[in-house]
Design a protein around this ligand. Structure first.
Ligand code: TYD
Length: 205
């Protein structure tokens, strides 16, 4: 088995560009010779698929949402993320437990309870928060889905900014500029992190 891998999470409100930047990070790292496992939450596993279906109904109970997200995450960690890390891969995960802490607390769930039910979920080695004005987020996604209103996302953004102060290894990247500028800034954070955390560049070995 190779050396222990790394766990990078991407967080941000709907429309902040997580998918695009997760893709950019993955491509960049693969080009440099790293082995990357790209994944996302809700996961593509059974609970994740159920959850995506469940969320189409606007009237779902937020406590049930909270438990389903946590259950999906437990399975995702056990079956996909931890094995990839043990194999020495760099895991790039779009959304993780901070999505639950931010979204479900804004839905009215107690933040301590949300943290408690995530007792099994380790902190990532690096979390990148793509920070964006909610107005821009709503304009960029505008699919009219649950959670995608300016008022709701304003509170989610504030919750994320608080989490960034509370948890270690959080880096905030301003997602307002054009995509390529944000990409350069995100990649710099990732490369600095790898350089400073004993994960050598394969192309320099
Ligand atoms: P996401 O996959 O980002 O949306 P999409 O597939 O439509 O691009 O996540 C779906 C929604 O679920 C999104 O609005 C954020 C929300 N969410 C939570 O409320 N809590 C969580 O723990 C997660 C992972 C997502």
């Amino acid at each position: 088995m190779g050396e222990k891998g790394k766990f990078i999470a991407l967080e941000g409100i709907d429309g902040s560009g997580k998918s695009a930047h997760a893709g950019f990070i993955t491509d960049y790292l693969r080009r440099r010779g790293y082995t990357v496992f790209y994944t996302e939450e809700p996961s593509r596993g059974r609970i994740g698929r159920l959850l995506r279906e469940y969320l189409k109904d606007e009237s779902t109970l937020s406590l049930a949402d909270a438990f389903l997200f946590a259950a999906d995450r437990a399975e995702h960690l056990q079956h996909e993320i931890m094995p990839a890390i043990k194999e020495g891969k760099i895991v790039v995960c779009e959304r993780y437990k901070f999505s639950s802490f931010a979204y479900q607390s804004v839905q009215g769930q107690d933040i301590k309870m949300l943290k408690d039910i995530h007792f099994f979920a380790p902190d990532p080695d690096l979390t990148i928060l793509l920070d964006l004005e909610p107005k821009a987020g709503v304009e960029r996604c505008s699919r009219g889905e649950k959670f995608e209103t300016e008022d709701f996302l304003t509170k989610v953004r504030d919750a994320y900014l608080d989490l960034a102060k509370e948890f270690p290894n959080f880096h905030i990247v301003d997602a307002t500029p054009d995509k390529m500028t944000v990409k350069d800034n995100v990649i710099k954070v990732v490369q600095d992190f790898l350089d400073n955390n004993g994960h050598p560049r394969p192309d320099q070995e």
